[in-house]
Ligand binder design. Structure first.
Ligand code: PLP
Length: 421
């Protein structure tokens, strides 16, 4: 480098060293948009697909590829692609299903609000028709399939926020007989509780922002495919729409993945204990937890989800069905967060009517059961008795403040919360 001027040395010094001996124990963050080659012939061979390699990060990046390989294996798929968010992943899975003007998507009425919006606004603008149905009514779904001849079925393994468990086996059979693709959003169940491809799903979609990452520090999405023949369509949706995942986010999600089993063990046990607590709570009208007090859902949950696991999320319908009361209760929580997400290591409480389903009309929300008094709780990994103490205190506090004063900010040592917080 010394033969060049100092400005040139700034640009090139130290870069592009040969890979060292020894394989890194953890996948490095390949923070590079492009890859350089000694010979143009080699670039050609990589672009042509004759040998594997990387050219440009929108088409592939080693850190992202490591996460894709992990997800394909974990979800029992042939391959996976990562995206910049869960919504980008769902968008790509729908694009790869070759929808065109006049196609019908039969979607679960219990989908996450933005997923329904995506179908209605973005795909609707191109003449794709979305019909919603209650996917727990299998006979009705069969009839709807015969009548509408849908191109795609879309459901969530555990729905957001009403936590209905999808009978993936039966819906996959209906989709197969209709010649349609089944896309399953497995965000709430995660592959720890369910691997929908084993039951016949064509595409599994994740918001990796949630349980896979698990630490509220990365936004991402994944699509896993059952069959290799879907690779070109999905690759096109990724590279042409361009919603790729960055290497930084891929690294965080890959690290989150390593503790997914440990986290979910604890989160599911905490959710069960919270469900028990709420069943006896005088302020609560109904506890929604997969299979609880519903024989049909219990049978499906038993068959579809991991044995003795019902997930880390529960719904709680308060007796006082008003937004004002719910807000005052939520504002009084000091340990549980009011974070607009799910699946993180901390316990989070969401008000679906003004969060996940804010865009839906009040009448439709009421029809689906997303009432003002409904809360969605994502259990974290804290000591569960600390979570319960926080909730009890928030219920007991008679007149809630609008916001906390400095002196009210939680002091974990004074409050005697356990070390696990
Ligand atoms: N799918 C489900 C079930 C979700 O809950 C969400 C987000 O809340 C998404 C998809 C979208 O994920 P992202 O926010 O990563 O785009």
């Amino acid at each position: 480098m010394s033969e060049f001027s100092i400005a040139t040395q700034f640009v090139h010094a130290g870069e592009r060293r040969a890979a060292p001996l020894g394989v890194p124990a953890a996948t490095p963050i390949y923070a590079t948009s492009t890859f350089v080659y000694e010979r143009m012939e080699d670039v050609d061979r990589v672009v042509e697909g004759d040998v594997s390699g990387f050219v440009y990060s929108r088409y592939g990046n080693p850190t992202v590829a490591a996460l894709e390989e992990a997800m394909a294996e974990i979800e029992n798929g042939k391959f996976a692609f990562c995206f910049g968010s869960g919504m980008a992943a769902l968008h790509a899975a729908l694009l790869a299903s070759e929808l065109s003007t006049g196609s019908v998507v039969l979607a679960s009425q219990d989908l996450y609000g933005a997923s329904l919006e995506l179908l209605k606004t973005v795909f609707g603008a191109f003449g794709v028709r979305t019909v919603t149905a209650d996917f727990s009514d299998i006979e009705n779904l069969r009839l709807k399939a015969q009548e509408l001849k849908p191109r795609v079925f879309l459901g969530e393994t555990i729905s957001n926020p009403l936590l209905k468990v999808l009978d993936v086996e039966k819906v996959a059979e209906i989709a197969r007989k209709s010649g349609a693709k089944l896309i399953v959003d497995n965000t709430f169940a995660t592959p720890f509780l369910c691997q929908p491809i084993k039951s016949g799903a064509d595409f599994v979609v994740h918001s990796a922002t949630k349980f896979l990452g698990g630490h509220a520090d990365a936004t991402g999405g994944v699509v896993v495919a059952k069959e290799d023949f879907d690779r070109p369509a999905l690759m096109g949706a990724l590279t042409l729409a361009g919603g790729v995942l960055s290497a930084w986010e891929a690294h965080s999600i890959l690290r989150g993945l390593k503790t997914l089993g440990l986290r979910l063990e604890k989160q599911c046990r905490n959710a069960e204990r919270l469900a028990e607590f709420f069943l006896d709570c005088p302020h609560v009208e109904k506890v929604i937890y997969p299979g609880l007090a519903d024989d049909e859902q219990a049978e499906i949950a038993e068959r579809i989800l991991r044995k003795n696991y019902r997930g880390a999320v529960l719904g709680v319908r308060l007796k006082e069905d008003s937004r004002e009361y719910v807000y005052r209760f939520m504002n009084a929580l000091r340990l549980c967060t009011r974070a607009a997400s799910v699946g993180d290591i901390f316990t989070g409480v969401v008000h679906p009517a003004t969060a996940t389903h804010r865009e839906m009309s009040a009448a439709k929300r009421a029809r689906l059961g997303i009432t003002e008094g409904l809360l969605r709780i994502s259990a974290g990994i804290e000591e569960v008795e600390d979570i319960i103490a926080d909730i009890e205190r928030a219920f007991e506090k008679p007149s809630f403040e609008d916001s906390f004063s400095e002196s009210e900010t939680v002091d974990f040592e004074k409050k005697n919360f356990s070390q696990a917080v």
